[in-house]
Every structure is written in structure tokens, then in C-alpha cells.
Design a protein around this ligand. Structure first.
Ligand SMILES: Cc1cc2nc3c(=O)[nH]c(=O)nc-3n(C[C@H](O)[C@H](O)[C@H](O)COP(=O)(O)OP(=O)(O)OC[C@H]3O[C@@H](n4cnc5c(N)ncnc54)[C@H](O)[C@@H]3O)c2cc1C
Length: 376
């Protein structure tokens, strides 16, 4: 016997949990997660920063909306999710200018050194500052989504990998662990496994590519002031920020990977430590902990959100890349609107129709849905 729901969400990371809490109480929902714990994969491994100037324009708009939504809920939370922390880019004139956006303004070399006194002065010649950026308490945000979802009646099932999915009449039949689930809509929030889930559902994959990225917490001789911004190289070769007396560092690598429980590669962090010890006065002494996650991207680097054009009831919520937290609530709001309106509804049909069946066209349609909805 299968359990019946309006919507089954596959994946219990930030994408799955945020759409679950947004749909809670508005329709019947189950969320199925393969691991025993929610947010075991990339959503437990981020740098926990929300940066309005980071990413292409649609991502920047979704980030601003996400910040508004999280801030509104922070008023009700005992512990806030958001803490102001600026984001500073350093590099040369050309690289900083290339990354400039409406959310980032140029600052002088002297101003940059005042904000981050650990930088060796001749290690950069130009800087930009995004003062609308926030540190994100990711565990509190994830737990808050879980709590809101369950309070709104969402059934959350962990330790159950979806191993089969097929169209059945007007809906879907999924097998996960020993259980069966039927629903009108399947939400693919499977992160690095999103294309795998599509294939096992008989849906054409979109060519989503996971890329590994590592971060570490290191001990330093000269701690950064807690007010120091997150500092990133404009050529995307590293970033670092204060972390409760230690420093979080990342080599910002972008290396293709299969979907897996990613682990740091030997040498990545050691090479970054040597570089940071040359261009800062941090004096990095050792690594406390290091981790690697998978940033999964569509070919054009923009998240994929919308009903699949060919597979009725199959909804993509994937390809968030390095923006999964900063776009989470904004994307969930749009996704919930489309799901509740239903495939073929006025909202969905306002998207230009797909002209061919190629995976790229489905991505385009999903992205068009995002862009169309957000500009409405
Ligand atoms: C080092 C690093 C730093 C980052 N920093 C930031 C940052 O500062 N700000 C930001 O916004 N983003 C950041 N990101 C990106 C962000 O972490 C991701 O975009 C986000 O976590 C992706 O969430 P997700 O829910 O899509 O994927 P995941 O968290 O990976 O969740 C997908 C889930 O689906 C489950 N699943 C897969 N297949 C199945 C199946 N068949 N059945 C059941 N369950 C299944 C998996 O077990 C997994 O738990 C960073 C990423 C990395 C690696």
C-alpha cells in the first residue's frame, strides 16, 4: 500500500526543506531523504554567507528576496539566522571592475586595509565592498524549516533513498526504502543527484554538473577582528572570513565530480595556507577541520526551477550551485506558487512554450519561469 500526497519532495537539504516549509499547511506533502540525517550533504558544508552582489542578475534578485523573507522571520526566532557581515573583493582594477554590480561599490586601498588589517598591502591594488551581505546561521535556518514543515503537517522520512519512480495514471508512484508513495507532483530537490533522480524517473536529464569545493577552519596567530568582512579574491582563487576566533578559508576550487559524499583532496588546503601566509599576517598554524561539498550547476550557472516540459508533474528545484542558501527562500516562494497553481495554470503557461524536446530547452523554460515570476 502506498501513502498518498499532493506533493512528494525528494531531498532534505536546504532546497527540499525550504520548499517543504513553504508548502506546509497548503497541501499534503512528504519529504524523503536518503540519509539518516537531514542536510547531510552540501547543505551542511557551506560557507554560510548571503551576498547580494554574488551571481548573475536573477540570482542577485532572488538573494535580496531571500534576505527579506529570512529577516521577517528572524523577528519571531529566539536566535537570529542573519548577522551583518560585509563582503569584500580584492584584486586588480580589471578583475574587481568585472565583478562590480549595483550591490557592490568600489573602495580605496586604504579603506580595504582598514577593514581587513591582516592583508599585506601590496597583495592587491583594487577592492570592492558589499555592505548588504550577511552571515547565515545555517543550522538554525535548516532546523526552522524542518520545524515549520512538521508543524504544518509535512511527513519527513529520513534514511529512505528513492530507488524507483514512475508515472501512474495522473500522478507518480515512488519507491523509497520498503515504502511506496503516490503523488500528483514530485519535486526533484536531490542536489548533486538531481540528474540521477530524473533518469530513474524516466525523465531526460538536464546535464547538471556537481563541482567540489572545500573549506576549512584554521587556527591563526593573529585572529581577524570579528567585524572583518568576508574577503574574496576577485579572480575566485580563495576566500576567508573570521569564525569565532578562528578563520574559515576556502581555495574556492571548481572541480567536476560525480555525485558522492565528497571529501577534501590532499594538498588543496595546504597550498591555500601557504598562499594566505604569504599575502596576510594571519600566521595560519594548523587545520581544525576541513570539509568538501558539491556545488551543482546547470550549463548557464543559473538555478533550475519549474515543471519539466515533457514529464507532467515532475518539478525541478536544482542547480543552485554556490547560491543554495542565499536564494533558498526566494526560490521556494516562487516554486510553491507554481506548484500550487498547477502545471499548465496561468502562472506556468505565461512562460514561453518549449519549442523542442532538448534538455537545454527545458532548462531555458525553467529559468524563464524564474525570471518571469520574479519580475512580475
Ligand atoms: C564549500 C561550499 C561553500 C558554500 N558556501 C555557500 C554560501 O556561503 N552561500 C550559499 O548560498 N551557498 C553556498 N554553497 C552552496 C550551497 O551549500 C548549496 O547550493 C546548497 O547546499 C544545495 O542544497 P541542496 O538542498 O540542493 O543539496 P543537498 O544539500 O546536497 O541536498 C540534496 C539531498 O538530496 C538527497 N537525495 C539525493 N538523491 C536522493 C534520492 N534518490 N532519494 C532521497 N534523497 C536523495 C541527498 O541525500 C541530499 O541530502 C556552498 C557550497 C560549498 C560546497
Amino acid at each position: 500500500m502506498s501513502a498518498h500526497y499532493d506533493v512528494v519532495i525528494v531531498g532534505g537539504g536546504i532546497a527540499g526543506l525550504s520548499i517543504a516549509s513553504t508548502l506546509a499547511g497548503r497541501c499534503s506533502v512528504a519529504l524523503i531523504e536518503a540519509e539518516q540525517t537531514l542536510a547531510y550533504h552540501t547543505s551542511a558544508r557551506s560557507a554560510r554567507q548571503l551576498i547580494p552582489s554574488y551571481g548573475p542578475p536573477v540570482v542577485q534578485e532572488l538573494t535580496v528576496r531571500t534576505l527579506d523573507l529570512i529577516a521577517a522571520q528572524d523577528a519571531e526566532r529566539p536566535e537570529p539566522v542573519l548577522t551583518p557581515r560585509s563582503f569584500m573583493l580584492i584584486g586588480d582594477d580589471a578583475t574587481v571592475r568585472a565583478e562590480a554590480s549595483g550591490h557592490m561599490h568600489r573602495i580605496s586601498h586604504a579603506e580595504a586595509l582598514e577593514l581587513c588589517p591582516a592583508l599585506v598591502p601590496d597583495s592587491f591594488s583594487a577592492a570592492g565592498l558589499d555592505t548588504g551581505s550577511f552571515a547565515c546561521n545555517a543550522p538554525v535556518l535548516l532546523e526552522d524549516h524542518r520545524r515549520r514543515a512538521e508543524a504544518g503537517g509535512v511527513d519527513i522520512i529520513t534514511g529512505a533513498r528513492v530507488h524507483s519512480a514512475q508515472r501512474l495514471g495522473t500522478g507518480w508512484e515512488l519507491g523509497a526504502g520498503q515504502e511506496g508513495f503516490q503523488s500528483a507532483v514530485v519535486v526533484n530537490a536531490a542536489g548533486a543527484w538531481a540528474d540521477e533522480l530524473a533518469v530513474l524517473s524516466g525523465v531526460e536529464k538536464l546535464g547538471l554538473q556537481p563541482y567540489r569545493r572545500t573549506a576549512a577552519i584554521v587556527d591563526v596567530e593573529n585572529p581577524l577582528p570579528e567585524a572583518c568582512p568576508m574577503v574574496a579574491a576577485a579572480d575566485d582563487s580563495f576566500y576567508f572570513r573570521p569564525d569565532n576566533g578562528q578563520v574559515l578559508i576556502s581555495p574556492a576550487e571548481h572541480v567536476p565530480s560525480g555525485p558522492e559524499d565528497a571529501r577534501p583532496y590532499p594538498g588543496d588546503i595546504e597550498r591555500l595556507i601557504a598562499r594566505l601566509n604569504a599575502i596576510t599576517t594571519l600566521g595560519i598554524r594548523g587545520v581544525r577541520t576541513a570539509w568538501t561539498g558539491l556545488r551543482t550547476e546547470a550549463a548557464d550557472g543559473v538555478p533550475v526551477m519549474g515543471f519539466d516540459a515533457e514529464a507532467t508533474g515532475f518539478f525541478w528545484l536544482a542547480g543552485q550551485g554556490g547560491y543554495g542558501f542565499q536564494t533558498s527562500s526566494g526560490i521556494a516562494e516562487l516554486a510553491a506558487g507554481l506548484i500550487l497553481a498547477g502545471q499548465g495554470s496561468a502562472a506556468a503557461s505565461a512562460v514561453p512554450p518549449t519549442r523542442d524536446a532538448s534538455p537545454a530547452s527545458r532548462t531555458a523554460e525553467a529559468l524563464a519561469a524564474t525570471r518571469w515570476s520574479i519580475r512580475r
